[in-house]
Write a protein that binds this ligand. Structure first.
Ligand code: PLP
Length: 394
């Protein structure tokens, strides 16, 4: 079968139920942006919201903004909006801090919830920050195994299985429900890093029985550079979850200024310091881009984009991919291998097709379903084919 012709690709955009959400973004003309898995594009609603948070809320409301402008509640109100994309009922997600800090906190919480067990299990090739933290927290009881060995590594000593759902390098996607079940069968908790999933891949954390989860907000959630990350703690663990960073904002009564720490009820106990209000305001406005969009619609568009990209690359470029061909095993990115990956990507970017590279030889292309069009996929492969076949790089 021959790959789709340009006219057929344009027809895909016309028939796309998510075609209208691209207008919710401010994208530079002439650019094909396939790096939304690293830094999401700018949603139009953000600039006005941030400038009003500065001029009106901060400038005029001054300290009353904590109550009047809802600053105090932002970590939880924004958390609940992210929760919809996680399949999490309200009251289980807080926004704040970075993914690294949040993962450290949750892994310590997981160890606290499984007294007598010390082992943490993760896989080779997990994101570096995850490895660094797990090595520090797990010490000699950290088991780093290959993907195929994960289930066998879970035993009666295991406190938690800690995994990234969609691999940042290959785009391979774990079976989150099945691995969560396997962890539980061993009496362990399941802790998921959803940085490359949220906003692009459907999630059902409550239904799947996930215990704890973290993720970024500057990737598919489009919260902007350094946007506050988020943490999910299943409600059944709230009463017993003990944060290793007992800050005053997570206290049951912060303004009582009590000498002893008492954790707040519910998810607020994860908070430590004063929330980053301006970053949360930007993220809150960014999440408007998901209004009225179902997780099924996101997934359908994401798969259609990655399918088309793979099909066109096979037909016109012929580079090998490390991204699974089976749809169920794929996130929302496609990674191709080329020995000269940095130079190839440099040339692509100079020609208006933006992706990124990961060592040693991976060209990464992310497909954000809210704003990437099918014609963008076509254009990206056209330029890639030219760059790879002509050898003109640099
Ligand atoms: C992007 C990413 C992070 C980033 O962590 P920060 O602390 O927000 O910089 C962490 N883990 C994974 C799996 C990621 O993909």
């Amino acid at each position: 079968m021959s790959p789709p012709a340009p006219a057929e690709v344009e027809a895909l955009d016309r028939a796309d139920p998510l075609a209208h959400t691209r207008e919710r973004f401010d994208l530079p003309a002439g650019v094909v942006y396939l790096d939304g898995n690293s830094l999401g594009a700018l949603p139009r609603a953000v600039a006005a919201r941030v400038s009003s948070a500065i001029a009106q809320e901060w400038g005029r409301d001054l300290i009353t903004g904590w109550d009047e402008a809802g600053w105090w509640e932002l970590p939880v109100t924004v958390g609940d909006r992210i929760g919809r994309l996680l399949g999490a009922a309200p009251g289980q997600v807080v926004a704040g801090d970075s993914t690294s800090v949040n993962l450290y906190r949750l892994v310590r919480i997981a160890l606290g919830l499984r007294p007598g067990r010390r082992r943490l299990v993760t896989e080779e090739g997990n994101f570096p920050t995850d490895h660094y933290l797990l090595r520090q927290v797990g010490g000699s009881d950290l088991a780093v195994v290959r993907r195929e060995q994960l289930r066998d590594a879970l035993d009666g000593e295991t406190a938690a299985l800690v995994l990234t759902h969609v691999d940042y390098r290959s785009g391979a996607r774990h079976d989150l429900a099945a691995l969560t079940k396997a962890a539980h069968a061993a009496g362990a908790l399941a802790v998921w890093d959803l940085s490359h999933s949220v906003g692009a891949v459907p999630l059902a954390l409550d239904d799947d029985g996930v215990d704890l989860a973290v993720g970024c907000s500057y990737k598919y959630l489009n919260g902007g550079p350094g946007a506050p990350a988020w943490s999910y703690v299943a409600r059944r663990h709230h009463a017993t979850a003990t944060s290793p960073i007992p800050g005053w904002i997570g206290h049951a009564d912060p303004f009582a200024m009590e000498p002893e720490y008492r954790p707040a009820a519910g998810i607020r106990r994860l908070l430590a310091g004063t929330p980053a209000v301006l970053g949360l305001a930007a993220l809150d406005a960014a999440l408007d881009a998901f209004d009225g969009v179902t997780l099924d619609a996101l997934r359908a568009k994401s798969l259609a984009l990655t399918d088309l990209f793979l099909e066109l690359v096979d037909a016109r470029v012929g580079l090998p991919t490390i991204t699974p061909r089976r749809r169920a095993d794929r996130g929302s990115q496609v990674s191709l291998c080329h020995p000269d990956a940095p130079a190839v990507m440099g040339t692509l970017i100079s020609r208006g097709v933006i992706g990124d590279v990961r060592p040693p030889d991976v060209l990464r292309f992310g497909f954000a379903p809210l704003y990437v069009r099918f014609v963008d996929v076509w254009r990206a492969v056209e330029v890639l084919a030219d760059v790879v076949s002509s050898g003109r790089r640099g």
